[in-house]
Write a new protein. Structure first.
Length: 259
C-alpha cells in the first residue's frame, strides 16, 4: 500500500476509481425527491444555523449547478449572510453549461467582488458543474482566491457518469464545448488546486457519480462525505455545517476538516 503524502490526511488520500464510474442507478435518481425534506429540515434548523461560528466577513462567490440559477443557491447564500459573510451570486443567470465568454466574465466578476471588499481574497463555492467552473477560476487566479468548496462537482474521471450528461451535450455544441471535455481538459481539471480546497460528496447522490467528485490527494485538499441528495446540497444541514466550518478558518491557516 502506498504511503500517504506528507500533509494529507488518510481519509482524503483514499480514492475510488472514477475513470470507470457509472451514472447513479434508478433508485438513487428516485431518491432525489428527498431534497424537499432537506429544505424543510434546514428551514426548521435556521436558529441553530444562525448560532454557528461566525465568519470574518470575507467575500464568498457562489456558482450554481447546470440548469440552475440564483434561486437554487438563495438559501445557501442567505444562511452564509447570517454568519457574517459578504455573499455574491455568480451573476450569469441560469447555468446552461460551458460558454467561451466565461473565460472573461468569471474572472471579471471575481475581480469586481475583490475590489468591493478592499482587496480581500474571495472564497468560491460551486454546486455540481458550478464547482468545475470555480476550480478552474481558482486555478487561473490563485492570488485572488482564499479557498474553494465544491458540492457534488464531477471534475475527475468519467465525465459522462451523470444523469445530466445527455442534456448537457444537447445544449452544449461547437468547438469550445467539445474542447471543454477533451482528454487534455479533463486531465487538467482533475489536478489539485494551489489553494485550500474542500470537495464535498455524497454516496447517495442521484445525479452524478460520487467517485468523480473526489480529488486526488494534495496537502491543502480534502474530500468530505455528507449524506445529501444532489439537488439538496445547498440546503442540507450537514453540508451547510461543513461549509460554515471551512469558511470560518483563519486565512492562511488551513487545517483538515474534523467531524
Amino acid at each position: 500500500m502506498a504511503s500517504t503524502p506528507e500533509g494529507v490526511d488518510e481519509e482524503s488520500a483514499w480514492l475510488p476509481d472514477a475513470d470507470n464510474a457509472a451514472p447513479p442507478g434508478h433508485l438513487l435518481r428516485t431518491l432525489e425527491w428527498r431534497t424537499g425534506l432537506e429544505y424543510v429540515s434546514a428551514r426548521v434548523a435556521m436558529r441553530r444555523i444562525a448560532a454557528w461560528r461566525r465568519g470574518d466577513g470575507h467575500p464568498v462567490l457562489v456558482l450554481p449547478g447546470f440548469l440552475a440559477g440564483p434561486l437554487s443557491t438563495d438559501f445557501l447564500r442567505n444562511a452564509l449572510r447570517q454568519l457574517d459573510y459578504r455573499v455574491y451570486d455568480w451573476g450569469l443567470g441560469t447555468n446552461m453549461g460551458y460558454r467561451a465568454s466565461m473565460k472573461e466574465s468569471l474572472p471579471a466578476r471575481l475581480h469586481h467582488i475583490r475590489e468591493r471588499n478592499d482587496g480581500r481574497r474571495v472564497s468560491l463555492i460551486g454546486w455540481s458543474a458550478g464547482g468545475i467552473y470555480a476550480r478552474e477560476l481558482a486555478r487561473g487566479r490563485p492570488d485572488d482566491v482564499r479557498s474553494v468548496i465544491t458540492l457534488g462537482s464531477p471534475f475527475r474521471g468519467n465525465h459522462q457518469a451523470s444523469t445530466a450528461w445527455r442534456v448537457w451535450r444537447l445544449v452544449n455544441r461547437g468547438a469550445d464545448a467539445t474542447e471543454s471535455v477533451s482528454e487534455r481538459a479533463l486531465d487538467r481539471r482533475a489536478q489539485p488546486l494551489p489553494v485550500p480546497t474542500t470537495c464535498i460528496y455524497s454516496k447517495s447522490d442521484g445525479i452524478v457519480a460520487w467517485q468523480c467528485c473526489m480529488s486526488v490527494p494534495a496537502p491543502q485538499t480534502e474530500n468530505v462525505e455528507v449524506r445529501s441528495s444532489h439537488l439538496g446540497y445547498g440546503h442540507n444541514v450537514q453540508t451547510l455545517s461543513v461549509i460554515a466550518d471551512r469558511l470560518a478558518q483563519p486565512e492562511d491557516d488551513w487545517q483538515p476538516y474534523r467531524r
